[in-house]
Write a new protein. Structure first.
Length: 199
């Protein structure tokens, strides 16, 4: 779970989130290197007293600053495409759960074995216990097994919602009249908080 004053991502609890964290760090490293190089060039140009009055064209430098950004974009795009492919890959799920978004609460249905339905309301601020998290804890939690593939189907009963659990690397839109699906695999047991991420 995210804590105060941290700039990092939440601790991953699924292979997808581990891949997303690795991609984030990979891209951030490339951006930091580019920022340092460009900053160093700008500072050296500012304090440099030399001028080249007769420089009209430089084909070598133009070729370098055209090809180098293209190569950098390819180095960033290839891992991104791989993760996008993994996100859409649906394996044989052990359990299918249907999440229906309503304004201010979610309804869940386990439909594989015994039909179980329940509503999950956020606990009001005046009813919170000392161990509850404000705006995150609910009265009925969704319970799923770990070390197994889980498919989630989402839809909405009223407005557009977005079912998200950041620790699992999941965010899927819930649109009225449309059924979206994704899957996830949980590495470790724990309590993971989600929210509607639609702004």
């Amino acid at each position: 779970m995210a804590t105060w004053k941290t700039l990092l991502l939440q601790d991953s609890a699924s292979p997808i989130m581990e891949q997303l964290t690795f991609f984030h760090d990979h891209t951030l490293l490339i951006l930091i290197i580019i920022t340092i190089l460009v900053g160093q060039m700008l500072i050296s140009m500012l304090f440099n007293k030399f001028t080249h009055r007769f420089l009209l064209e430089g084909q070598l430098i133009e070729m370098i600053w055209t090809i180098l950004p293209a190569l950098i974009l390819i180095v960033i795009a290839l891992p991104s495409l791989r993760i996008l492919y993994i996100l859409d890959e649906l394996y044989s799920p052990m359990i299918t759960i249907k999440a229906i978004g309503h304004q201010w609460y979610w309804s869940y249905e386990y439909s594989d074995y015994k039909k179980i339905e329940f509503d999950s309301y956020m606990i009001q601020s005046n009813e919170l216990k000392n161990f509850n998290f404000r705006l995150l804890d609910v009265d009925n939690r969704l319970v799923v097994p770990f070390n197994s593939q889980i498919r989630i189907l989402t839809t909405s009963a009223d407005v557009i919602h977005s079912w998200a659990v950041p620790s699992l690397g999941i965010k899927i839109d819930s649109t009225p009249g449309r059924l979206n699906q994704t899957n996830f695999f949980i590495n470790r047991a724990g309590l993971f908080f989600g929210q509607c991420s639609e702004i």
